[in-house]
Write a protein that binds this ligand. Sequence first.
Ligand code: NIG
Ligand code: FE
Length: 412
Amino acid sequence: MSLLITNIKQLILTEESPRQKPLRGAELSQLSFIENAFLLIENKRIADFGPMERCPERADKTWDATGRFVLPSWCDSHTHLVFAKSREEEWVNRIKGMSYEEIANRGGGILNSANRLQETPEEMLFEQASKRLNEVARSGTGLIEIKSGYGLSVESELKMLRVVRRLKESSNVEIKATFLGAHSVPMAYRNGNRQGYIDLIIKEMLPKIAAEGLADYVDVFCEKLAFSVAEMEEILIAASNYGLRPKVHVNQFNCLGGIEAAVRHGAVSVDHLEVVDEADIEVLKASETIATLLPSAPFFLQDHIPPARKLLDNNVAVAVASDFNPGTSPSGKMPFVISLACIMMRMQPEEAIQAATLNGAFALECAEDYGSIARGKIANLIMTKPMPSLAYLPYAFGSDLVDKVVLKGGLF
Ligand code: NIG
Ligand code: FE
């Protein structure tokens, strides 16, 4: 089965020889594209692309993309899209003046989501998560990371990760699973027995998750209201014995030294980074770790804006992801996230688009198959509606400019 797309106004993020490493600093603004292009898909993969002058004569199916842009699908490398219930009542309380920390310290926030999730059957969680996954796929997401972290008990963390496994089996979106048992310390362990919960993660959750092969990565929410740097390190060391590399939540509200520790433990990415100090920048610029920025969380919380320009000016590898979750980013729509990256973090459209595609794929160690238009990569593509320019896509925020989505070679 072959599909030929012709007369593409601009074919975006083409690579003649695919990169082996994420784009860093100024490289993010250099976006390669072909004007008036064709793209040929054969057997789920990109077989060829180039200028219309050398377009093949025929294929099983042909689409005319006159006036339209074709891009690699979004690679959303940080989400929590399995959850049991929305939390708009907390959001209304925040509008009235309560802070995210206050709500969390009163047993709301993540613990609220955990209570709901513990009561919800696996089947129902799967159905709800499938709907969200289809929604984000329709907006162009073709590779996604999904975390646990609303279980916070052995049984419920396993339940969440089994839901992610079923999503992997049933969806054409490529999925990576991350174990986030260390998302919040359950109330029962807060009075002098935090170590009891860390032991539960290390001695019970991790061995069971590893035995069933349920996770690709490990995550810890390293923050004053969650886990300390030392606690994070203990968990990362234990997870490394099962071959799980870290992708961690750090520097959302406070600089605690989590970035340096995570990098030392071989983190693929450090995520959030709303607050970053000079020492953090020094560590990141000398490391291979990707800084994953999640602009919809500070947008929704009206909190500090990640210093994207400073990170890029210091030659750091930056990715952009949605953080889709019920507490701080109740949307997983990447076109809006890319708009926010430009509007709030002053990323150029080219930078934001490459951070949300190729660098997102690197943040999931999937760039050999995803993240760009390169021969041999999986055909995961977005075809836009007719648009005047590429910058129009993030500029016209809220407009639904994604027309067709191709996942693994087929129309989604
Ligand atoms: O990435 N900060 C930690 N975790 C999520 C929020 C979780 C929640 O509030 O439910 C985040 O923002
Ligand atoms: Fe998150």
